[in-house]
Design a protein around this ligand. Structure first.
Ligand SMILES: [Zn+2]
Length: 85
């Protein structure tokens, strides 16, 4: 498997609070992807630095995106992953 997406372990801040223009929306799978691992798991708050309020919203949006098939549940569902195998 290719190397994981790395988060800079520098100063942590809530990306959604810091940038009010950053939409927290299930339709923006490209943004939500930053908050899930390459295996489709939601990255813990202590790693991404997202605040409790936004993390809660983020989780619901990710779950919604999964239902809309914008995001995948597990790596095996991802065609991208299969290609790497
Ligand atoms: Zn926040």
């Amino acid at each position: 498997m290719a190397f994981k997406k790395k988060f800079t372990p520098k100063k942590k801040f809530c990306r959604f609070c810091a940038n009010k223009n950053l939409p927290l929306d299930y339709k923006r799978a490209d943004i939500l992807k930053d908050f899930i691992t390459d295996r489709g798991k939601i990255i813990a708050r202590r790693i991404t630095g997202t605040c409790a309020k936004c993390q809660r919203r983020l989780t619901t949006e990710i779950k919604r995106a999964r239902q809309m098939a914008l995001l995948y549940y597990t790596a095996t569902h991802s065609t991208e992953f299969r290609k790497k195998m």
